[in-house]
Design a protein around this ligand. Structure first.
Ligand SMILES: O=c1ccn([C@@H]2O[C@H](COP(=O)(O)OP(=O)(O)O[C@H]3O[C@H](CO)[C@@H](O)[C@H](O)[C@H]3O)[C@@H](O)[C@H]2O)c(=O)[nH]1
Ligand SMILES: [Mn+2]
Length: 741
């Protein structure tokens, strides 16, 4: 550790090799210049709106200008938040190859990995097992490595899968290290170049047989006798009595592998593998994933108390066994360790189709914006793929919030075996339903409660407290996860995020009030995420108002001949072009970008809007929202359609209705406008922008028309949805004609 900063006193010692470097991105000066020019253009637009408002000749034109003004204010606000993330983008590099100059492998700090799962049917246990195996096989001293699985589904099926995983690990881990395999998730490995190694075939057979057993047990919904190999297992599974339900059960903590005893087939120690399902009762609030993680922080504190914690979703598997060493490049630097709370890797996805029709990559959220936030304060936490210093969960960098028990202190040294009576008893105690009562867990300690996007909310709170973080984006992706491949799953996920973001915006820690006082630019950058729920305002207005106006022969934008037209052209093309360039620079394709902007519109019209409604209903006490887990189980037919790039509507959902309405309204207005012009009843003059907008929306709406009229597969639009969507369009048209005429 010493010498890292080159503070040695001997004459001219060679400078120590770096563990990490950071530099400002080359594009920053361009971004700043563009921001300046664009700001002037935005001001000019507001001047135009103000003038139109002042000189409006009727209530109607006043109302239309007001709608446009409000929409443009929302757009401009979101634009300024994005600029906060463009002013200081940084690029970091790590040099794990230099690590051995500072620290020997035996001295590596311990690492506790948390894997969350919550439902054996939406999150197939075999995938969770694959995730666990990929991190158990980290190229890291196994006596320093512990993997904790949190099962909020309280499912014996998941536990069964992990008893199988424990057995398979003793073959899989030595196989990976002996052959220096990079791809240590068995499923991903067998799908790629597995035949290169002599034992591959045997490993594959073993894997398939394990998978078969796990899947059969899940299918049958219980662990039958033939799958139980010893009395110990029988005893464990017998905890699932008839009274044991997902919402109501005692804590189950099962040590499946103990690194002080268990060895793999080549005689090396295996890492710890611990299954945990915290106590649940209907009478207490469990705070969803945040609650699960806080329980794990305490359970692991009692059992191993590693100073570094990796938090993973059940679908996020490791793609690079060297990742922990990369993380040590930061955490082993004492200066970094004092103030840097976590190291976040981007969420990247496997299994997306070629053009990523649902924009599941979230390129802006996970790749383009984080280096910008990193330049201000540190990249944000995304719930998965984040390595934390345990200390970050216990107060600010300068003042520690002391835990309730000395054993929970992040600096406490565990000196008892993890299976000792005392340790297990304490682990049960700290994972009980009532442990958090009257404590500041979720308030000042651990993951913060109160928002369904506990990840963004917590990292924002940590940043406000003074913690910094690192966005680490190595060339070989550290992790891969899965994104939903059915539109309704995407929508439901986005609806939940919307509710969570609104909970954040309307909390006492809102980025526009609390945060601005703490760290203005950083908070403004967080607003770019937190204020997603205001996208529906401009998107809905631009999807319907110009079109209704066109249908009623009203011109609401400057005509082409007017110099103001240039302003509109610049604002539209400027924003879109910058976005496209950034997207492509982040390894995107033009087609992916096109799909991404389409999904932005779709989310705005639908999931964000429904999320907004849900939030209002929740606030009024009319309904409550839970954490509806994203479905990760896929059906073959659906996969095939997804591979072909077809949108999956398939179910009748109110969330599809606005899409139908908007698609038809634009088609109708464009068609009507065109026919009027062709017939010579009116000229293009004055409605050019409205025609262009409708045309743009029509091109974007292709998958909706296709799903309504041209497809016969099970993913097509349900007739009910189409009918309601069409009905709504006519109602809007009639109302519009009544008002606008
Ligand atoms: O009560 C719960 C609900 C969920 N989970 C787990 O949380 C993870 C994320 O859930 P998922 O349904 O996949 O949500 P997504 O919206 O896909 O996840 C993103 O958004 C979440 C909320 O912001 C973050 O927690 C995630 O890390 C992030 O990947 C999964 O491993 C679940 O098993 C729990 O452990 N307990
Ligand atoms: Mn997920």
């Amino acid at each position: 550790m010493e010498g890292l900063r080159g503070s040695s006193t001997t004459a001219n010692p060679p400078p120590p090799p770096p563990l990490h470097t950071v530099q400002l991105m080359r594009r920053v000066p361009f971004n700043r210049l563009f921001a300046l020019v664009y700001t002037v253009a935005i001001l000019a637009l507001f001047y135009l709106h103000a003038r139109n408002l002042y000189y409006s000749t009727s209530l109607l034109s006043f109302f239309i200008t007001l709608c446009l003004l409000i929409s443009d204010l929302a757009l401009a606000f979101m634009w300024t938040t994005a600029q906060a993330l463009h002013l200081r983008q940084i690029r970091r590099k790590q040099f794990p190859e230099n690590l051995n100059k500072f620290i020997q492998r035996n001295d590596y700090p311990s690492l506790d990995v948390f894997i969350c799962t919550a439902d054996p049917y939406k999150e197939p246990p075999i995938s969770v097992v694959n995730t666990a195996l990929s991190v158990m096989a980290y190229d890291y001293p196994t006596e320093k490595l512990s993997v904790y699985v949190s099962d909020d589904g309280g499912s014996v099926l998941t536990l069964f899968a992990f008893t199988e995983a424990a057995k398979f690990a003793s073959h899989w881990l030595p196989f990976c290290s002996k052959n220096n395999i990079k791809e240590r998730n068995p499923k991903a490995f067998f799908e790629s170049n597995y035949f290169c190694f002599p034992e591959s075939e045997i490993m594959k057979t073993m894997y398939e047989s394990m998978k078969g057993r796990v899947e059969t047990v899940v299918e049958r919904g219980k662990v039958e006798d033939e799958y139980i190999t010893c009395d110990e297992e029988r005893q464990v599974f017998s905890k699932w009595t008839d009274q044991f339900t997902r919402q109501n059960h005692p804590t189950v903590i099962q040590v499946l592998l103990d690194n002080s005893k268990d060895k793999d087939i080549s005689g090396h120690h295996l890492p710890n593998l611990v299954y945990c399902s915290r106590e649940k009762s209907k009478a207490s609030h469990h705070h969803f994933k945040a609650g699960a993680l806080n329980a794990l922080i305490r359970i692991s504190a009692v059992m191993t108390n590693a100073p570094i914690i990796l938090s993973l979703d059940c679908d996020t598997y490791s793609n690079d066994p060297q990742t922990p060493e990369r993380v040590l490049c930061y955490f082993w630097d004492p200066e970094v360790r004092a103030t840097y709370g976590f190291i976040q890797f981007p969420q990247l996805f496997k299994g997306l189709n070629k053009t990523d029709i649902y924009a599941g990559q979230f390129k802006r959220l996970f790749q383009i914006h984080p280096p910008g936030l990193d330049g201000l304060r540190g990249g944000n936490f995304y719930g998965t793929g984040g390595f934390f210093s345990r200390r970050v969960f216990f107060g600010t960098p300068s003042t520690m919030s002391p835990p309730e028990l000395p054993q929970l202190n992040p600096y406490h040294v565990v000196n008892k075996p993890i299976q000792s009576q005392e340790v297990l008893a304490l682990a049960h105690q700290v994972s009980g339903c009532h442990f958090e009562k009257d404590t500041d867990w979720g308030i000042k300690k651990g993951l913060r409660y109160g928002s369904l996007v506990e990840d963004t909310y917590t990292s924002y709170r940590l940043h406000c407290e003074g913690w910094r973080s690192v966005f680490c984006n190595p060339e070989r992706p550290a992790f891969y996860g899965e994104a939903p491949i059915s539109l309704i799953d995407v929508m439901n996920q986005q609806k939940r995020w919307t509710v969570g973001l609104l909970q954040m915006v309307f909390s006492e820690y809102s980025p526009i009030t609390y945060g601005l006082r703490h760290n203005g630019l950083m908070s403004h950058g967080y607003s770019q995420i937190a204020f997603w729920p205001i996208w529906p305002i401009p998107i809905t207005v631009y999807a319907f108002l110009p079109q209704l106006a066109l249908l009623n022969n009203l011109s609401i934008f400057p005509q082409v001949k007017s110099p103001w037209f240039l302003l509109y052209a610049f604002l539209f093309l400027g924003a879109y072009t910058q976005d496209l360039i950034e997207f492509v620079l982040a390894n995107g394709t033009v087609q992916m970008w096109w799909n991404d902007q389409r999904m932005w519109i779709i989310r705005g019209l639908s999931s964000f809007m429904f999320g907004f409604l849900e939030f209002i209903l929740n606030s009024l006490g009319i309904s409550t929202t839970g954490f509806n887990v994203t479905n990760k189980a896929v059906d073959d037919e659906l996969s095939k359609r997804y591979e072909k790039g077809l949108f999956e509507f398939g179910v009748a959902s109110p969330m599809f209705v606005p899409l139908v309405t908007a698609a038809l309204m634009n088609l109708f207005s464009f068609g009507w406008g065109l026919s009027e012009i062709v017939k010579g009843k009116r000229s293009m003059e004055g409605v050019e922008i409205q025609m262009l907008l409708s045309a743009f929306a029509v091109v974007n709406s292709w998958p909706v028309y296709e799903a309504m009229a041209l497809r016969s597969d099970n993913g097509r639009m349900k007739a009910k949805t189409s009918v309601i969507g069409i009905g709504l369009m006519w109602v809007m048209y009639a109302a519009g004609s009544f008002i606008l005429k």
